[in-house]
Ligand binder design. Structure first.
Ligand code: AMP
Length: 401
């Protein structure tokens, strides 16, 4: 039974999943981290067909990504699954920024690698790291196609009115300043899974997908196409996130540079790493913020208020953009697991056709489910995301085409 390897590479780590190409079952998953540090760490988990997991963990120096893939192959040889019974027929890579050039999954050639590298100016933290993973994986699996699946690709259907920033057009074009949107692999997977759950053709329905994880974004999906999304040129725009500010008056940055004498790098660090829930409450993890707020912590309560206020603003915005909404869909860590946030995001919207069923909302499950009442005009769903499976599917689709 053939398998697909899915790789999500960061600058000093990579995650992987081995997925059966027919049954779509996850055969193994793992993480190689602290690459380049004195001591690296590799965790490999094999998942049996009955769901039983066997995990191995090793600490050893891992010089670079190439060494990381050798460690991964060792772990697979030791623990399984056997690559003889499950030969890897393709490798799918998550690539964050595909710019305006890549609007679909793409087999990685020398030219594609050059293009991904060239797009690093738009995603300096992500694309170079993704590329390191690609180069190393191509050495480890030389005989099979490698496919880049871009986080931005799903949003290439945004109309110009949605992706254009109202600044000097020439300057913007020269520096490729426009909105690209991210989390596209998740928004695509979830909007398709939601349509399937509802027994509807994805082309026939309009959805608002709320991907609320550590990073968070909203997406208006009309007939299966992304028409508006909350992240912009970078993943900083939009919703309040774990450590990112989301939307902010750009003049605040100028003010902080002038008055607080912050450097460009300090502003970058402030908005990406020390803002959002963390900046407001000292806690970047939603569970901790909810718990602290229940314990009476005023900063945590305000952080939640700001988070929910912003989220509701986007929901209202996307109702106006779409005109008709058939489903609102929650996904990712917060969206899948936090009844409080889901309830607060949509409470009092009966005039929008939204009625949440409190009991359904509180029920715990790992499956796709409906949390609205039977008489709610708009279906409200919780649909677990699975970006790795979507990457595997898209990888196979390209290699089979
Ligand atoms: P993700 O990036 O999709 O893995 O999501 C991570 C976020 O989900 C973190 O902020 C977690 O605190 C949050 N999360 C996970 N479980 C829960 C939960 N039961 N209630 C609230 N937030 C949760």
């Amino acid at each position: 039974m053939a398998s697909v390897l899915v790789v999500n590479s960061g600058s000093s780590s990579f995650k992987y999943q081995l997925i059966d190409s027919e049954s779509e079952r996850m055969l193994a998953t793992g993480l190689v981290e602290r690459i380049g540090e004195a001591q690296g760490r590799a965790v490999h988990t094999v998942v049996a067909s009955d769901g039983a997991e066997e995990k191995s963990e090793r600490e050893l120096p891992i010089a670079d990504h190439t060494a990381g893939f050798a460690v991964m192959l060792d772990a697979i040889a030791d623990l399984g699954p056997s690559l003889e019974t499950h030969p890897v027929i393709a490798v799918g890579h998550r690539v964050v920024q595909g710019g305006a050039r890549f609007f679909e999954p793409t087999v990685i050639t020398d030219l594609v690698r050059i293009n991904i590298d060239e797009l690093s100016s738009l995603a300096p933290l992500h694309n170079p790291a993704n590329l390191e993973g690609i180069v190393a994986a191509q050495k480890a699996f030389p005989g099979v196609p490698h496919v880049a699946v871009f986080d931005t690709a799903f949003h290439q259907t945004l109309p110009p009115a949605a992706y254009t920033y109202a600044i000097d057009a020439e300057l913007a074009a020269k520096h490729r300043v426009r909105r690209y949107g991210f989390h596209g692999t998740s928004h695509r997977f979830v909007s398709h899974a939601a349509a399937e759950f509802l027994g509807r053709d994805v082309g026939d329905i309009n959805q608002i997908v709320l991907h609320l994880g550590n990073g968070a974004s909203a997406c208006a999906v009309a007939g299966g196409r992304s028409v508006e999304t909350s992240m912009g040129m970078t993943p900083l725009e939009g919703l309040v996130m774990g450590t990112r500010s989301g939307d902010i008056d750009p003049a605040v940055l100028l003010h902080l540079q002038r008055r607080a004498k912050l450097s460009i790098d300090e502003v970058d660090d402030l908005l990406n790493k020390r803002s959002g829930l963390l900046g407001l409450s000292g806690r970047g993890d939603m569970r901790d913020v909810v718990d602290a707020s229940l314990d009476g912590d005023a900063d945590a309560a305000l952080a939640l208020d700001v988070y929910v206020h912003r989220l509701r603003g986007y929901v209202g915005n996307y109702f106006a953009q779409l005109g008709r909404v058939d489903a609102v869909v929650f996904t990712a860590g917060v969206g899948e697991n936090s009844p409080v946030i889901r309830a607060r995001a949509l409470e009092g919207l009966e005039s929008f056709g939204i009625r949440i069923d409190a009991e359904r909302n509180e029920a715990r499950s790992r499956a796709a489910r409906v949390i609205s009442t039977d008489d709610s005009t708009v279906a409200v769903l919780v649909v677990p995301t699975n970006e790795e499976l979507e990457i595997a599917r898209q990888t196979l689709a390209v290699t089979r085409a």
